[in-house]
Design a protein around this ligand. Sequence first.
Ligand SMILES: NC(=O)C1=CN([C@@H]2O[C@H](COP(=O)(O)OP(=O)(O)OC[C@H]3O[C@@H](n4cnc5c(N)ncnc54)[C@H](OP(=O)(O)O)[C@@H]3O)[C@@H](O)[C@H]2O)C=CC1
Ligand SMILES: N[C@@H](CC=O)C(=O)O
Length: 431
Amino acid sequence: MNESAVKPVKTDEKRVALLGFGTVGSAVAHLLHDQKFEGVRLTHIYNRGIARKQGSDRASGLSGDIVWTENIEDVLNSDANVVIEVVGGLHPTGEWLTRALASGKHVVTANKQLIAYHGAELSQLARQNGVSLVYNAAVAGGVPVIPAVLHGLQGDRVRQIAGILNGTCNFILSQMEAGADYHDVLAKAQAAGYAEADPTADVDGFDARAKLCILARTAMQVGLNPDAVPVQTIRNVRLVDFHYARDLNCTIRQVARVESDGDTIRANVGPTLVPHTSPFAWSHGTQNLVMTTGEFGGDVVFSGHGAGGNPTAVAVVSDLLAVAHGSASPLLPVQDRAVSREFVAPHYLRFVVQDKPGIISAISGALAQVGANIDSIVQRPGYPKDALPFVVTTEPCSTTTVQQAVHTIGQMPTMLEEPLLLQMMREPEGD
Ligand SMILES: NC(=O)C1=CN([C@@H]2O[C@H](COP(=O)(O)OP(=O)(O)OC[C@H]3O[C@@H](n4cnc5c(N)ncnc54)[C@H](OP(=O)(O)O)[C@@H]3O)[C@@H](O)[C@H]2O)C=CC1
Ligand SMILES: N[C@@H](CC=O)C(=O)O
């Protein structure tokens, strides 16, 4: 063996293997390469079809002593002591990270599905093996909300979290607010690398739901089964809903929320009317926003870019540096809790009907039957009578009972499509 070819291993050095060379992975590789952080060295890049990745524009400028491989064993059996996983999905990433942790490698991941479903077991495994598992980038992309709640809010008792947690949905809805077409904007979000490999996860709420469960665990110490948290898609929101929302001094955003009153945990994710006066309405493009409400400290707001290669790479690399400095996050006690969907809120109901006398009285009758009081009826002029969209809003009432009424109303022969039911966020309260 040529002794001069053997590189001495510095014991305090973090040798980093990167799994996944897509939007986030390539941005992480460039950030590490370009910024040359002390004490960390990128040693491996793993991806399927690695020759395609190594020959791509994304790889250009990445020089140095990096092993490019499509064989995961090259990573798991290597002397890399940190694995960064930016592949996504539950499998085979779950198996890889289990093996990495079990063999004493620290893990940094942006994989919100894996952490939402298996974070508890993986954190336990990390602790047993004396290594760290960190996942700052799994929630809100470049917004350091996980370290903030872990280190900055443990002194409070967080009772409520409401957040815009999906950059793709925020990008779509805020562009629709300006008149853009849903499908065009979704295509733009995919091209820009904001959307998940399967954008269903974004638009149908599963991505935000996973992030909400991670937030509930870290900020409130409650373990929620993601499958138990109801989600509502944004696919049924139309341009007309933005027009009516504006008439109500609101706009529409995908909001994920969890709240605890001690006995009950309520959680859901879905498109929501947010008042123009609330910070939720001011989030545009890929911005995410998280508002926590603590029993002692009150409201705290975090905001920034929730998607995109570079903002997410900053979160990943910051986690890596926390591992390198020995300041990665603590493991907190968590209590598993059931999820209630019984929110009380004002509601927005949009109907599209073939106009006939008696429709309003039938709708108000169905709402009255479940104890829901109408707050307003809004009908913009100019729509054709044979496909007339109009809106009813309710005073605060239980979402599940309004759902029953809407189901009944949806059976009326004059209804041309399924009614749209959205929760409305209340006006922010002044101090
Ligand atoms: N994009 C974003 O803004 C953000 C993403 N995240 C999370 O980061 C992770 C990565 O996201 P992103 O970079 O956008 O995704 P990409 O799809 O751009 O990158 C994933 C990479 O992993 C590779 N890959 C996928 N499956 C396998 C497999 N089974 N074996 C080997 N390689 C595989 C893909 O290869 P191929 O090219 O062949 O498909 C691709 O290069 C996800 O968990 C995502 O949720 C978190 C925050 C923000
Ligand atoms: N697809 C996700 C990416 C970041 O988590 C999003 O749009 O927020």
